[in-house]
Design a binder for this molecule. Structure first.
Ligand code: ADP
Length: 498
């Protein structure tokens, strides 16, 4: 489902839930809420009167409660069966509609209910028809009887033992008496309120739904438009058109996504370019030794006199170059796919370097290279011997390939505390500052013009970086243009006694 419709749907859900809540609270449960609130209120008023019964200002308090909360109060002395009224607020309704004027059966009923209920009771009572009790005469002949039976009252009745007469209600005699407190409050019918609310809610519902539709369409457009645009551009990217630009803003996330995708484009196009260059270089690199091998092979087949050890050596050397190139390519693809694991063991890095040096003995003799190893002691490390060997081999190879006119390469082993630092130094043309951070990238070659005398795939340093990263080793390069470079890495040493 398009995001546009999802957003519209969520908006509708939201509005529906809101309306449902409004309808439930304002229409369905209004009556019960109202009654619950009234009950709480009458209870609180009763509590405040009871706790202040001994107080001088009790009459003021009762009057205040009467006028503010529209609650009628009647306090009776129930010590004897006479139910002497101590205090009654002025209200006709209480007397009239609840028939509490005299020592009526109603009062006795409340008294008994309170006693049975542990001292207090709250109940909802139907008003007594005034017409029935007294005032029928007031009504004109044909008019319907004056019905009050639909009106409900909330009645609180509580029975307490009180020491009367010391401060409050001074007219009583000061002895402990049993009192009954009666509070009544009119429960206004909510029917008409509910009807009004219902009509209002119907209007509010219509308006809210309309607003929801309009708003959701606007929001959905705002959110989905940039995504649709990005998708269209991404389709072009998928067709390997790396020149596309992701634009279109709207909100922060989209701008960030655009930046990320633009960066991806740049990287992809860089890799694509480097790959094309690599294929060109590799085909060149592969073709040169292959031509040599085929050429020498044919010569040796056709001219028996040419079947010399030197010529065979050339074929072997060229085959070795080929195999080194293929190994590099395999290594890098394995490293990139994460299929390489470390096989650590304790070995002497000093011996490792020395054995690598043996491979260059011929180079020294034939081409006049000076390759020196400076070290002061034999050092053990816990690492993957083959991979560290490859690192050193790659670094030394690079140093030879890019060595200066002095044809000198120096490898140093420096021990500092529990780390050993291996440096490979040459005095060649060095690497410019702006290229330094790129030389570790895959396929990166500073000098794009390819000299075939040097096997260069642009993969060597990327392999070095990956292998040293696997070892969590520090590494780097210090290079000065026209002065040369020092490539270095550090490993933790292992104590010989351990
Ligand atoms: P390559 O196979 O081309 O040597 P590398 O990944 O080993 O690939 O090196 C990447 C690039 O870094 C090289 O193309 C070269 O330009 C530069 N480089 C590496 N080692 C040296 C060095 N010792 N002196 C100067 N430049 C170097």
């Amino acid at each position: 489902m398009p995001i546009k419709y999802k957003i519209i749907m969520y908006f509708f859900y939201f509005v529906l839930i809101m309306l449902l809540l409004l309808w439930t609270f304002q229409v369905l449960f209004l009556d019960s809420f109202y009654k619950a609130i009234k009950t709480k209120q009458i209870q609180a008023c009763a509590n405040s009167i009871v706790s202040n019964l001994q107080n001088k200002n009790i009459e003021d308090l009762i009057e205040r409660i009467h006028s503010y909360n529209d609650i009628n109060v009647m306090l009776l002395d129930t010590t004897t069966n006479d139910y002497v009224k101590i205090y009654v607020t002025e209200d006709k309704a209480m007397g009239g509609h609840l028939a509490l004027n005299d020592t009526s059966s109603q009062l006795v009923r409340y008294y008994n209910a309170a006693i049975q209920n542990g001292g207090t009771t709250i109940e909802i009572t139907q008003g007594v028809s005034k017409g029935k009790s007294d005032d029928l005469s007031q009504l004109s002949g044909d008019a319907p009887p004056f019905e009050k039976e639909n009106i409900q009252y909330l009645v609180y009745a509580g029975v307490f033992d009180v020491k009367l007469g010391e401060d409050a209600f001074a007219e009583t005699d000061g002895e402990t008496a049993e009192c009954m407190l009666i509070l009544t409050s009119l429960i206004s019918p909510v029917g008409s309120t509910v009807d009004t609310l219902r009509i209002q809610l119907i209007i509010v519902t219509c308006i809210l739904l309309l607003i929801a539709v309009v708003l959701s369409i606007i929001v959905a457009r705002q959110i989905s438009r940039p995504i649709v645009e990005i998708n269209q551009t991404a389709k072009q990217l998928a067709k390997q058109n790396y020149d596309v630009r992701f634009s279109g803003s709207g909100y922060k996330e989209i701008e960030e996504l655009n930046d990320t995708l633009n960066f991806t484009c740049q990287e992809l196009s860089k890799i694509d370019r480097l790959k094309t260059e690599l294929i060109a270089n590799i085909s060149h690199d592969l073709r040169t030794p292959l031509t040599m091998i085929t050429g020498y092979g044919e010569v040796m087949r056709d001219l028996p006199g040419e079947n010399t050890p030197e010529n065979i050596q050339i074929i072997i050397d060229e085959a070795t170059r080929l195999s080194a190139l293929v190994t590099d390519l395999l290594d890098i693809s394995k490293l990139q796919s994460g299929a390489v694991t470390l096989e650590k063991s304790v070995f002497s890095i000093t011996d490792s370097i020395q054995s690598i040096f043996k491979r260059y003995s011929k180079l020294k003799e034939q081409d006049g290279y000076t390759i020196n190893f400076e070290y002061d002691k034999n050092v053990l490390v816990n690492a993957d011997e083959i991979k560290i060997g490859q690192v050193i081999y790659n670094l030394v190879n690079n140093a030879i390939n890019y060595a200066g006119e002095d044809k000198t390469v120096i490898v140093r082993q420096i021990v500092k505390g529990d780390t050993v630092r291996i440096e490979v130094e040459d005095h060649g043309k060095g690497i410019a500052q702006e290229n330094l951070e790129h030389i570790w990238d895959r396929y990166y070659k500073v000098d794009k013009s390819h000299k075939s005398a040097v096997i260069g795939t642009g993969l060597g340093l990327s392999i070095v970086k990956n292998m040293l990263n696997l070892h969590n080793a520090h590494f780097g390069v210090i290079s000065n243009v026209d002065k040369g470079s020092v490539f270095w890495f550090e490993l933790k040493t292992v104590d010989e006694k351990k």
